[in-house]
Design a protein around this ligand. Structure first.
Ligand SMILES: NC(=O)c1ccc[n+]([C@@H]2O[C@H](COP(=O)([O-])OP(=O)(O)OC[C@H]3O[C@@H](n4cnc5c(N)ncnc54)[C@H](OP(=O)(O)O)[C@@H]3O)[C@@H](O)[C@H]2O)c1
Length: 345
């Protein structure tokens, strides 16, 4: 804009030429934007693993509402049919594993969200399954994409990973350039990402390192809200651990944007720009719910219930969405207070 003023206030022949050139550029850019906008409204066929989960359900609803064709890749047709009844979701195709190949071939894009939930008690078997479930599904999806003949090969793979990649710290700040941590979840994320990276180079890959997703009907909040309702809510552990959260609408918007915008490539952190310490998160939750946040849950109690899995809540990391911001992604909920207010209203 400053440049524009400058040109208008220096009226000589070269500046007149510059003004014309500038106006031409503005017109071209506008036209380009109109083209891009109409490209984005082009209808896609999207195959989604983990579509029946907390994030997947909302993503499928969004894609379906926008008239894209959705293929739900699931382990259980009957479960998926309950979640996406034909009456509400006409045209959605539900496919068990033997039919994933036909679904992926001919899809424009694939979103990969499947994996055993991590917020359970970790036995050695569960730990193995947490890793294997992610690697197995990702590997299958990548093989099916790579094996698709040209012409019916999806152009985009948006694959989930997690901020656990960075390990945990109360003092460090992590973004996409930060190295990986050295705990179990970091190892899971590294192997999960490495599997997705085996996709053919002509397929655009966006790896979304997701933070703690906040929404009413699932994820961490669904476990915390009942405790606060009973006046038994409070921070877990020291409360000083970082909580890198994101509103469900924002993570779905980010995935959606990654499907349609060719600039979304490589690793992108899926976290809100203002992570908070867990104590603050609990205080805000208590305020919004009109309940106190006074009953801290000590480390040992959590470890007794969740075993090693307690590390998911006891250790955190402060993660910033540097790439999303560079890409111009607009967060609907940058502040946790507003996110909680909307979720609980
Ligand atoms: N929610 C969060 O706060 C968060 C944070 C960081 C990362 N993530 C990652 O984002 C992805 C989606 O999260 P979400 O919260 O929507 O997950 P979710 O609700 O737990 O759902 C994941 C889906 O994965 C499939 N699944 C479950 N167990 C499986 C197994 N043993 N083998 C293969 N597939 C299995 C299920 O689909 P079917 O039964 O239909 O096959 C399930 O609906 C996950 O990979 C998760 O790790 C989530």
């Amino acid at each position: 804009m400053e440049q524009l003023y400058l040109y208008f206030f220096t009226p000589n022949s070269s500046s007149l030429f510059s003004v014309c050139y500038l106006l031409l550029q503005i017109r071209c850019t506008k036209r380009l934007r109109v083209c891009c906008a109409s490209d984005q409204t082009q209808k896609m066929t999207v195959s989604v693993t983990g579509a029946t989960g907390f994030i997947g359900k909302r993503l499928v609803q969004r894609l379906h509402a926008d008239k894209h064709s959705v293929r739900v890749l699931t382990r259980s047709r009957s479960k998926a049919q309950l979640i996406f009844p034909v009456k509400e979701f006409p045209g959605i195709l539900i496919a068990e594993e033997r039919d994933w190949k036909d679904c992926i071939q001919g899809s424009n894009a694939v979103v990969n969200l499947a994996g055993l939930p991590i917020s359970t008690r970790w036995s050695p078997e569960v730990k193995k399954e947490i890793k294997q479930s992610r690697i197995k599904v990702t590997s299958k999806v990548v093989d099916l994409i790579n094996g698709s003949p040209e012409g019916v090969r999806p152009a985009v793979l948006v694959s989930a990973t997690a901020v656990g990649y960075y390990g945990s710290s109360e003092t460090q700040v992590f973004d996409e350039r930060s190295p990986s941590g050295n705990d179990y979840l970091a190892e899971v994320c590294r192997e999960w990402e490495a599997t997705a990276l085996k996709v053919n180079k002509d397929v655009r890959l966006a790896l979304i390192r997701i933070g703690v997703v906040l929404g009413k009907d699932g994820g961490a909040l669904a476990k915390m809200i009942p405790l606060f309702m009973l006046f038994a809510g409070g921070p877990m552990g020291s409360g000083q651990q970082w909580f890198s959260w994101i509103h469900l609408d924002d993570i779905v918007n980010l995935i959606y944007e990654a499907l349609t915008n060719p600039s979304y490539k490589g690793v992108i952190n899926g976290t809100a720009p203002n992570p908070v310490r867990l104590a603050e998160m609990c205080e805000q939750l208590g305020n919004v719910m009109g309940r106190p946040s006074w009953l801290p849950v000590p480390d040992f109690a959590l470890k007794a219930v969740l075993g090693e899995g307690a590390s998911v809540v006891l250790d955190g990391q402060r993660v910033l969405p540097t790439r999303a911001k560079e890409l111009g992604f607009q967060f609907k909920y940058p502040q946790v207070k507003d996110a909680l207010k909307t979720i609980l209203s």
